[in-house]
Design a protein around this ligand. Structure first.
Ligand SMILES: *Cc1c(COP(=O)(O)O)cnc(C)c1O
Length: 378
C-alpha cells in the first residue's frame, strides 16, 4: 500500500488507490463488457439501490454527473424562469450554474464563519414571493445546519435540495446527508470521496412522485421507448462507471474513516498555530477537503510547493463575484464571510492512501513556516 516515496505529495492520489482495487475493478469491467448492456443497466440499478440504502433514502437515480443531478432536481420541482433559488456563494460553480441553467435566479446568502456552509440566520431576509427552493451545500464533507434550514423551508413552503457532492456518508442527527431534504445530489467525479473513473452522479429522494419524474427527465422525458411525456435531457449513468462505483462503494466507509484519521492528526498538530476545521459534536465532517485558514495563505502555499507538497484553494472567487454572474449585480462586500474565507483558506492534501510519513512531512513543513513567520514578525 505504501509507495515508499515521500514526495511529490499531490492533493489526491487516485493511482495509488487503484492499485489496491485493480483486480475487483477489472473483474467488474469484464462483466459489463460481456453483458452487452452499457447504459442504464443492471449495474446501474444495483448502484442506485445500494447508494439509496447507504444514504437512508428510499429512491436512487443514476445520472451522468453531479451538475446534471442538480439541474434534474430543479427541473423535477418545476423550477424555471421567474423563480428564485437561495444558495451559498461559497461553493463549486456548478451549484449556481444549475440554477441559472434552468432559467431561475440564484440568490446568495452568506456563510457561517466556522462551517463555511450557508448561514440559516441570514436566510429569511433573502426570501421573496418568487423563492421556490434552497440548495444547501455540505461543503468539504461537513454537514450544513439542516435542522434550522428545514424549519425555515417548512415555514415558507420551500423545497430543499441538498448538494451532497462532497459529502456522501456524512451523518447529521442520525441521518445521512442527501436523505434529509426533498432531493439529494451526488457527484462521483473521480476526485470525490466516492469517485468513478470518469463522470457519474446520482440523485436520492424519499418521494415517489419526484423519483418517477426524474426517471423520465434523465431519459428524454420518456419511460417507454419513443413515447415522450416531458421535455427532458440525456443524463444517464453508464454501466462501466456504475460497475466501478459498486467496487468503490464497498470500501467507502474504510476510506472515509481514513480521511477522518488524517484530519484528526492534522488538527492535533496544527490547531495551536493556525485555524483548523471546527468539528462540533452535532455536525459530522467526512473531509472531502481539509481546509486551514491563515492570513499569509499564498506564502504558505508557495513554501509547500517548494517542498513538492500540493495545496489548493477551494474556492478563490465566491460565486457572486464570478464574471458569469455579473448580471446578478452583486458586488464586493455583499458577502463578507465568504469573501474573507476565499482570501484565507488553503486545502491540504487528504486522501485514504496518504501515509503517516507523508503527513508528518506536511505537518513539519507547516510548523517550520509558521515559526519563521513568528520570528520575522517579532
Ligand atoms: C463536484 C461538485 C459538483 C458537480 O459535480 P460534477 O459531477 O463534477 O458535475 C457540484 N457541487 C459541488 C459542491 C461539487 O463539489
Amino acid at each position: 500500500m505504501n509507495n515508499n516515496k515521500l514526495t511529490p505529495i499531490p492533493m489526491v492520489d487516485l493511482k495509488e488507490e487503484l492499485k489496491l482495487l485493480r483486480t475487483p475493478i477489472l473483474e467488474m469491467i469484464m462483466e459489463v463488457l460481456d453483458s452487452g448492456n452499457y447504459v442504464l443497466g443492471e449495474k446501474g440499478e444495483k448502484l442506485e439501490e445500494l447508494v439509496a440504502n447507504y444514504t437512508g433514502a428510499t429512491y436512487g437515480l443514476g445520472v451522468a454527473n453531479g451538475t446534471d443531478a442538480l439541474v434534474l432536481a430543479l427541473k423535477a420541482l418545476n423550477i424555471a424562469s421567474g423563480d428564485e433559488v437561495i444558495t451559498s456563494p461559497f461553493t463549486f460553480f456548478a451549484t449556481g450554474e444549475a440554477i441559472a441553467e434552468v432559467g431561475a435566479r440564484p440568490v446568495f446568502v452568506d456563510i457561517e464563519e466556522e462551517s463555511y456552509n450557508i448561514d440559516p440566520s441570514k436566510m429569511e431576509a433573502a426570501i421573496t414571493p418568487n423563492t421556490k427552493a434552497i440548495i444547501v451545500i455540505h461543503l468539504y464533507g461537513k454537514a450544513a445546519n439542516m435542522k434550522e434550514i428545514m424549519a425555515i423551508a417548512q415555514k415558507h413552503e420551500l423545497f430543499v435540495i441538498e448538494d451532497a457532492c462532497q459529502a456522501i456518508g456524512t451523518e447529521y442527527e442520525g441521518k445521512r446527508v442527501g436523505s434529509i431534504g426533498d432531493i439529494g445530489c451526488f457527484s462521483f467525479f473521480p476526485s470525490k470521496n466516492l469517485g468513478a473513473l470518469g463522470d457519474a452522479g446520482l440523485i436520492t429522494t424519499n418521494q415517489k412522485e419526484i423519483y418517477e419524474r426524474i426517471a423520465k427527465l434523465r431519459n428524454h422525458g420518456s419511460d417507454k421507448k419513443y413515447h415522450h411525456s416531458l421535455i427532458g435531457m440525456n443524463s444517464r449513468l453508464d454501466e462501466f462507471q456504475a460497475a466501478i462505483l459498486l467496487v468503490k462503494l464497498y470500501y467507502l466507509d474504510i476510506f472515509l474513516h481514513k480521511r477522518k484519521e488524517v484530519a484528526k492528526r492534522y488538527t492535533a498538530n496544527l490547531r495551536d498555530i493556525l485555524l483548523t476545521p471546527a468539528v462540533p459534536d452535532d455536525r459530522e465532517h467526512t473531509f472531502h477537503q481539509y481546509c486551514i485558514e491563515l492570513d499569509s495563505r499564498d506564502a504558505l502555499a508557495a513554501e509547500l510547493n517548494k517542498k513538492e507538497i500540493a495545496s489548493a484553494i477551494y474556492y478563490p472567487i465566491p460565486l457572486h463575484l464570478q464574471k458569469a454572474f455579473h448580471y446578478l449585480q452583486y458586488k464586493e462586500g455583499d458577502f463578507p464571510i465568504a469573501e474573507k474565507a476565499a482570501k484565507r483558506i488553503l486545502a491540504l492534501p487528504i486522501y485514504p492512501m496518504l501515509t503517516f510519513q507523508q503527513q508528518d512531512f506536511i505537518i513539519s513543513a507547516i510548523q517550520a513556516y509558521m515559526k519563521d513567520q513568528e520570528n520575522t514578525n517579532s
